[in-house]
Design a protein around this ligand. Structure first.
Ligand code: ADP
Length: 160
């Protein structure tokens, strides 16, 4: 049976670190859905439609990957899609505590859904969407850290 993984996140915006994790997921799973959270605690820089569009443009040519927006409980969404696992990226030890808490809570909510953690390439292990937005807001270069469509979108917002 074909195995589907869900890569959930805010993706505000997608970075090369996220793409690294999606590509690694495809080495293990047959299919991947990049699931973009509609409800964010913080107000996003990019609206949901734009976040989805930027991911689609950035992952163009990658087969077996779909991009979707999702609302509500992640485990319910995973179940509905027929996913076998949630894939999350672990950059540093600092990610661990929050990620473990979430993985165990999701297991409690639905014990059929496994969470799998993957480590990105070291060159992306310091990278976060928050840092990208901060650098771009001050006119710094984000080349090589985000895909081209994202770089372009940030340039339009911050005029650099
Ligand atoms: P969330 O708000 O759910 O943390 P993010 O878009 O920030 O959403 O992250 C989505 C997933 O991608 C998380 O598992 C996060 O750990 C992972 N991630 C984010 N940046 C990187 C990176 N540079 N390298 C590897 N994984 C990353």
């Amino acid at each position: 049976m074909s195995k589907l993984a869900i890569c959930p996140g805010s993706f505000d915006p997608i970075t090369n670190g996220h793409i690294d994790i999606v590509k690694r997921s495809l080495r293990i799973f047959d299919e991947v859905i990049v699931a973009v959270a509609v409800n964010l605690k913080k107000k996003p820089l990019f609206p949901i439609e734009k976040r989805v569009q930027l991911i689609e443009e950035s992952l163009k040519g990658l087969e077996k990957v779909r991009v979707e927006a999702f609302n509500g409980l992640l485990v319910d969404y995973v179940k509905k899609k027929g996913g076998v696992a949630i894939v999350r990226g672990l950059r540093a030890v600092s990610d661990f505590e929050y990620e473990m808490q979430m993985a165990l809570m999701n297991r409690r909510l639905d014990s059929d859904v496994e969470t799998v953690f993957m480590m990105p390439s070291e060159e992306y292990s310091f990278l976060s969407s928050t840092m990208i937005k901060e650098i771009a807001s001050f006119g710094g270069s984000v080349k090589g850290l985000v895909p081209e469509p994202v770089e372009k979108a940030l340039k339009e917002i911050f005029n650099f």
